[in-house]
Design a binder for this molecule. Structure first.
Ligand code: HEM
Length: 538
């Protein structure tokens, strides 16, 4: 059922096939290819001690001992699928990127959906902002769109990422995951760092608990650039929209399903693809012209979004997932996505969360795959060639020819050359930097507005979604035994909406707060009550 279509995808499939191993009807061999008897270890007599010289035993056990690699430090739990992307038309006016300029051309893709906080063996149906990472194997190199299913992000500066993850991961003392138990550290962080509230509200509404990965949105979160052949640049926000529609579970449903089947989402995806019910997602962009950028002062702040009512999404093309992985480890586990894997016609912006991500992913992947050559793994190789002077390193699988691995050179021969005027090469957008800029550790002032977009989001919810959000917050915040944590969270919510804060407060044993009149800061209005260390059980 899972037949691949399109020549690009065929090429990708053949590439992976070239690395695949078929052990049918073969006798077991050691890694050195020597046929061996795999039934018994070599011993001094039938009941004697095992012998050191048993190379067949050593070969087998030693490999087994090293079968595991570290799980991803975040997004450890994931499921992957292959597919292809097709542009609806020639978007040359927007970008020089090949995969967006050739309607009818099928560019192979690999997608990995994930949860952020759970370990590899955690349940699928937890509340989470979920990753939606897509790799395009374009004829001009890899393009990774590494997004989430929720539009904003918790923090605007990469230096806060370890803090937010530490606050949400299982407690270091007990390794008990916070889903369903005490959420005090996560909500301690959210209440202490109110720029998180916009994303917290998205996650607490239905969007945090997907029903199926075939029914989630995807967001690039950051603002990127598209650059066309003429060098003209526009700002864009990437969106995936599932053609199956959006859907979510209620918390109670999620808990029951999670209790019976932790693989609910991955099974759903595998099954749909295996029976030919291929999920489709439309890729679109919100386009903001360079000259209009100052209309959106929060454009480079990933804790905010650009409302679709102001800038609608222009659909660019469609992705179809039509092939399950052959081997989870080789494909889903070893795939190494990164926002820095980018192609000509697409560029970065000065979003400081994005800038930090550019460093973090390749760094962690060297640790995870134990080699700087992890991009040589079959799932990570681009389908066009790799030609450079990078050499050696652990697990080098290329055999480079010739003695010249430097540039410039005159002994040339097999060494890669710089193309004349960077023909077909990556286009560096010559962005102007702030005149007279100095090195400074400060944030731009738009980041100080933590509440306007959170209010917009809250006000956009239906009455049912609002109730779901209140129930979610009562469950989460109410789990914290620390009154200060609960009070600070109610205070943050109060700056979003007094009604919301009062509804949650009533369920978590915090006095109902008064309306805030000054919305600019983070005050402690309405929180003077006696300490009650044990919240009610919600
Ligand atoms: C995975 C870091 C923000 C989406 C990862 C990984 C790291 C990381 C270290 C593991 C990568 C691997 O082992 O292969 C960071 C840092 C961030 C950040 C430092 C902020 C500075 C974000 C944001 C998004 C995001 C804003 C969404 C827009 C993802 C996804 C994955 C991931 C989808 C999983 C990729 C996969 O499926 O293999 N991140 N991240 N991250 N991150 Fe981030």
């Amino acid at each position: 059922a899972s037949k691949a279509c399109g020549s690009g995808q065929k090429a990708m499939e053949e590439r992976l096939e070239a690395f695949s191993l078929d052990n049918k009807n073969t006798q077991e061999t050691t890694t050195t290819g020597v046929k061996v008897d795999n039934r018994n270890t070599l011993k001094a007599g039938c009941q004697g001690p095992s012998l050191m010289q048993d190379f067949a035993f050593q070969d087998k056990i030693m490999h087994f001992d090293h079968e595991r690699i570290p799980e991803r430090v975040v997004h450890a739990r994931g499921v992957g699928a292959h597919g292809y992307f097709e542009a609806y038309k020639d978007w040359s006016d927007l970008t020089a990127a090949d995969f967006l300029r050739n309607p009818g051309k099928k560019t192979p893709v690999f997608v990995r959906f994930s949860t952020v906080l759970g370990s590899r063996g955690s349940p699928d149906t937890v509340r989470d902002v979920r990753g939606f990472a897509t790799r395009f194997y374009t004829d001009e190199g890899l393009f990774d769109l590494v997004g989430n299913v929720i539009a904003p992000f918790f923090v605007h500066d990469a230096i806060k990422f370890p803090d937010i993850i530490h606050s949400g991961k299982p407690h270091p003392s007990t390794e008990v995951p916070q889903a369903g138990t005490a959420h005090d550290t996560a909500y301690d962080f959210f209440g202490s760092f109110p720029e998180t509230i916009h994303t917290v509200l998205w996650a607490l509404s239905g969007r945090g608990i997907a029903k199926s990965l075939r029914q989630v949105d995807g967001f690039g979160v950051h603002t990127f650039r598209l650059i066309n052949e003429q060098g003209k640049s526009i700002f864009v926000k990437f969106h995936w929209k599932p053609l199956q529609g959006l859907s979510n579970l209620l918390w109670d449903e999620a808990q029951k399903i999670g209790g019976k089947n932790i693989d609910f989402h991955r099974q759903d995806l595998y099954t749909a693809i295996a029976k030919g019910d291929y999920p489709e997602y439309e890729l679109g962009v919100q386009i903001i012209k360079e000259e209009d950028a100052n209309k959106y002062p929060y454009l480079l702040d990933p804790t905010k979004l650009v409302p679709e009512s102001l800038v609608p999404v222009t659909p660019l093309g469609k992705m179809t997932l039509n092939r399950n992985v052959e081997n989870f480890f080789a494909e889903t586990e070893q795939v190494a996505f990164c926002v820095s894997r980018i192609v000509r016609g697409i560029g970065f912006t000065n979003d400081s969360l994005l800038q930090g991500r550019l460093f973090s992913y390749p760094d962690t992947q060297i640790n995870r795959m134990n080699s700087v050559n992890n991009m040589q793994l079959p799932i990570n190789r681009p389908i066009n060639g790799v030609h450079n002077n990078q050499r050696d390193g652990y697990m080098q699988t290329n055999i480079h020819k010739g003695d010249v691995s430097y540039f410039p050179n005159h002994l040339g021969g097999n060494a890669p050359a710089i193309a004349e005027e960077n023909q077909g090469g990556y286009i560096e957008y010559p962005e102007k930097i702030e005149p007279g800029a100095t090195k400074i550790r400060e944030q731009v002032s738009t980041v100080d507005d933590h509440y306007s977009q959170a209010q917009l989001y809250w006000n956009s919810l239906t009455v049912y979604e609002k109730q779901q959000t209140v129930d979610g917050l009562r469950f989460e915040v109410g789990k914290s035994v620390d009154l200060g944590v609960r009070k600070r969270m109610i205070d943050v919510l109060n700056h979003v909406d007094n009604g919301l804060a009062r509804r949650v407060a009533a369920g978590v044993n915090v006095p109902l707060p008064d309306k805030v009149t000054d919305n600019s800061g983070h005050t402690t209005v309405g929180l003077s009550i006696e300490e009650r260390p044990h919240p009610p059980h919600i």
